[in-house]
Every structure is written in C-alpha cells, then in structure tokens.
Design a protein around this ligand. Structure first.
Ligand code: GLN
Length: 298
C-alpha cells in the first residue's frame, strides 16, 4: 500500500508552496517525499526519503505539551484552552479577543505558553536538553538534533511570534522574558528528524504498548483528542473528515499521525496548502488510512 501511495505522490504536480516566512525553510525543495509507519506489533515500514532529516517545526508542540502535562499536570489548563481556533496558527486577533489565554496548545500563542511553563526557573539550554532527551527517548534514537541555522533564521525574522509573546506577557500569561521563551520555542521548532525517527517517536501516543509509556494512558488519549481537534489549525476539521485520525502538522511539511492502538505514521512533503499543512502529506495519509481501514470514527 505504501509503495503504491509513494508512486502516486511522485506523479503529483500540485505540491503546494514551501513555507517562505522562515528564510532557511524557503530553500527546501518541494520534491521531497517520505512516509514511515510503526505498527503496534513492532514492525516498521518506510517509503521515499525516510532517512532525510527535516524541520519538525510545530510537531515539536506535541512533545512540549507531553512534557508540560507530565510536569505540571492539569494546572496548565489555567493558562491555555482546549478549543479549536478556526483561525491561522499565528493569529493575533483571537489572542486579543480572549485576553491573553490562547485557544489551544497547538496554535503558536498556546505553544509559546507551554514552552514558558516548562521553562519556569530553568535555563533555556537545560529545557532544550530536556525536550531533546524526551524526543530521543520516545524515538529510541539519540541521533536527533537542533538545526541552529533554522533556529537563528526564525529568531531573526519571527517578529509575529515575538509580538504574540509580548502580548501574552502584557496579559500576565508569560512568566519569562519574551525573547527568552521565544528563543526556546524557535529552537524546539528547529529540531530535525527523519520520518523514520518521527514515526518511532510517535509510538508513545499509540497507547497500549507498555514499553512506550512515557505518559499515562489518560494523558495519551487527551493529547490525541487535541491533535484531532486542533492539530491542523483552521484545517483541523478537514483533516478529521479526510483522514479520520489525530495528527499534528508543521510548516516544515511533516505530519505525525496516530492510529490509536494500531500505528504511528510520519509523512513529509514540504509543499503546504493555504492553512500551512503539508498538501501531499495529507493526501498520502488520507490514502493510507483509507487503504488500511484506520479511523477513530469506526
Ligand atoms: N516555528 C513556526 C512558527 O512559529 C512553527 C509554525 C508551524 O509549524 N505551523 O511560525
């Protein structure tokens, strides 16, 4: 099935547009494609460039949320909501309207709050070390690193995220200095992984595997619920309709998708649709979920 989908994707001409608001990401060719699947019985399957690292960007928000919930528990929900936003991932308007409490932990404002929460009282380097340790442990692979050029590139141009952070701070919902929290946020987004590593790292969200228990089963279910309702920003409803599985996208063109109890799927194709989600990545997992009969909706 994966080979067939890979062949179908090779023939696609409408691949979407590579994110260009982060200069380093604008250099990436839209021609890349990779997909990896780790199944609950311990097998893994790969097609395309499954060994080529890409910028995971917003997919990192899943890992920082898992860390924050593990560390702070439900206290986190006093600072960030759990509703889909229906607006772009970097929307300012909603944050103003809702007085500095971001709608959910996957839009940028919400992820900045989550990062701020795990930063509390620690040096940025320590926190980034902790995020990397978590991701490496989840993936069972130590060869996962931050691309500092990508982080610097976003740091130099990420005025919108800085504006969101200042706005959060003005509302008393940011404990650390905006440039400190954003610095950590830009670096977590600049983590690079291959689809092979990302699918492996997603295993803890599949549930059911005692070895993959980085988080309690109840928290795993809740993170999946948030991925389903908020993981693709204002494209979340469409992703749920087409794919029927929880997923989290990033502007690097990656998507992590979970078929609970069955599989963790990672896909990468850098061209994005209007909502900033991988165009071919979505199509490929839509076809895979359909072919495999995987859906949380029966
Ligand atoms: N680092 C990116 C940003 O903040 C992440 C956004 C994304 O992947 N959707 O704009």
């Amino acid at each position: 099935m994966m080979n067939r989908i890979h062949d179908e994707m090779q023939g696609m001409t409408d691949r979407g547009a590579v994110a260009d608001y982060i200069p380093e990401l604008a250099q990436v060719s839209p021609a890349h494609f990779a997909m990896s699947v780790c199944t609950a019985d311990g097998q893994s399957f790969h097609v395309g460039e499954a060994g080529v690292p890409f910028s995971i960007q917003s997919i990192s928000k899943v890992f920082t949320l898992a860390l924050a919930l593990g560390r702070l528990g439900d206290q986190l929900w006093s600072r960030v909501g759990r509703e889909p936003s229906g607006l772009a991932f970097n929307s300012m308007v909603q944050l103003e309207h809702e007085r500095g409490i971001p709608r959910n932990p996957f839009i940028n404002a919400g992820a900045i709050v989550v990062t701020d929460a795990i930063l509390a009282g620690h040096a940025p380097r320590e926190v980034l070390g902790e995020v990397l340790r978590f991701v490496r442990q989840a993936a069972g692979d130590d060869d996962i690193h931050i691309n500092h050029r990508v982080a610097k590139s976003e740091q130099a141009t990420g005025h919108r995220n800085m504006a969101l952070a200042h706005f959060l701070r003005a509302h008393g919902n940011l404990r650390n200095a905006p440039d400190l929290t954003c610095g950590v946020y830009f670096h977590q987004c600049a983590i690079e992984m291959t689809t092979r590593q990302l699918a492996q790292a997603g295993r803890f969200l599949m549930g059911g595997l005692p070895a993959a228990r980085l988080l309690s089963p109840a928290r795993v279910r809740r993170i999946n619920a948030l991925m389903m309702t908020c993981g693709h920003y204002d494209g979340s409803g469409d992703f749920a309709y087409r794919v029927g599985l929880p997923g989290k996208s990033g502007v690097g063109g990656g998507i992590l998708v979970i078929a609970p109890g069955r599989a963790a799927i990672a896909v990468w194709s850098p061209g994005l649709d209007a909502q900033g989600n991988s165009r071919l990545g979505t199509l490929a997992v839509e076809r895979l979920a359909q072919a495999a009969g995987w859906s949380v909706f029966g």
